[in-house]
Design a binder for this molecule. Structure first.
Ligand SMILES: C[S@@+](CC[C@H](N)C(=O)[O-])C[C@H]1O[C@@H](n2cnc3c(N)ncnc32)[C@H](O)[C@@H]1O
Length: 286
């Protein structure tokens, strides 16, 4: 890996991060008490959050497999990639096409710290520490230039990340962050894979948003209609934009890491409640 050696890895240990809290829900070990407290606090408001997070990670596998096997995509930019777990994008993509290339991008430097070890002997994959609202920083990065050929179709992944962009944050509009590459740089036949947390319960939405924002993590949930607006002009492949549980379900796909002991009581809760879900799909640039 030609990793970003310039990045000064400062990992905040006294504040939670979404990468580490989400990683714990997926069964990961790279988290701290503050992250677990945040996750448990959100689970008190919405016990189904863990199932939704895990369902999102299963969608990632199906979307990447589709993009390689059926859409013929060989190059990926995974925006807000999160901490490595099992079946990361490069592992899924390279299983179906050994030549697939992946640029991982995350704002949290812990992702680079752990990605380095995972990618040490994989020249076709890299991790960049960047805020993807600064699209130019991603595009100008030497590893992006080395691995992504914008004269060929590319897939840009925004999986469960756009809800961490608030409309009132400085640093560029949400639409620019999501659409700049696909609209301005990518050729026709490129793809966007997208999922976004939707919560059809205004009271719980207000509670969850306050809790996460109070913990220092920007959060803004959007409605299905707002997701459609963000993605207008792109062509969703079958079955369209849906609750991602319904996006080409595959009962035989590889399982995630086991649920941590402390979180077992939350397993399966989402089946009893359908106000919270990840909404999204895979869309083609015409
Ligand atoms: C819920 S995780 C999703 C991880 C992965 N995409 C997946 O679907 O499994 C959200 C990730 O987005 C990252 N993130 C949030 N805002 C970001 C930004 N502005 N730029 C880059 N990464 C960001 C967080 O650090 C975190 O790792």
């Amino acid at each position: 890996m030609a990793a970003d050696e310039q990045v000064n890895v400062e990992i905040p240990l006294d504040k939670p991060t979404s990468a580490r809290a989400y990683g714990w829900l997926l069964g990961g070990k790279d988290n701290f008490a503050v992250d677990r407290e945040l996750a448990l606090g959100t689970l008190q408001i919405l016990p189904e959050i863990m199932d939704i997070a895990r369902g999102n990670r299963l969608f990632l596998y199906r979307a990447v497999r589709y993009l390689v096997e059926e859409a013929g995509i060989e190059q990926f930019i995974d925006m807000g990639c999160g901490l490595p777990t099992n079946n990361n994008v490069h592992q899924v993509a390279q299983r179906f096409n050994p030549n697939a290339r992946v640029v991982y991008v995350d704002i949290d430097p812990i992702v680079l710290a752990h990605g380095r070890a995972l990618l040490a002997d994989n020249d076709n994959t890299t991790v960049i520490t960047a805020d993807f609202r600064d699209q130019q920083a991603v595009l100008d990065h030497p590893d992006t230039k080395r691995l992504i050929d914008f004269s060929k179709p590319v897939a840009v992944l925004y999986l469960s990340v756009a809800q961490f962009l608030r409309d009132d944050q400085s640093g560029g509009s949400v639409r620019y962050a999501i659409r700049h590459i696909i609209d301005e740089k990518a050729v026709s036949g490129s793809y966007l894979a997208f999922s976004h947390v939707v919560l059809d319960d205004p009271e719980k939405n207000a509670k969850l948003t306050k809790k996460v924002n109070d913990d220092g993590i920007p959060l803004q949930l959007r409605s299905r209609e707002e997701v459609h607006e963000l993605l207008e002009g792109l062509e969703p492949v079958d079955p369209g934009l849906v609750d991602i549980e319904e996006w080409r379900p595959d009962p035989n796909q590889p399982p995630l890491d086991p649920v941590p002991e402390e979180l077992r009581p939350f397993e399966g809760v989402a089946r009893m409640n359908n106000v919270l879900y990840e909404y999204g799909g895979v869309l083609r640039k015409p």
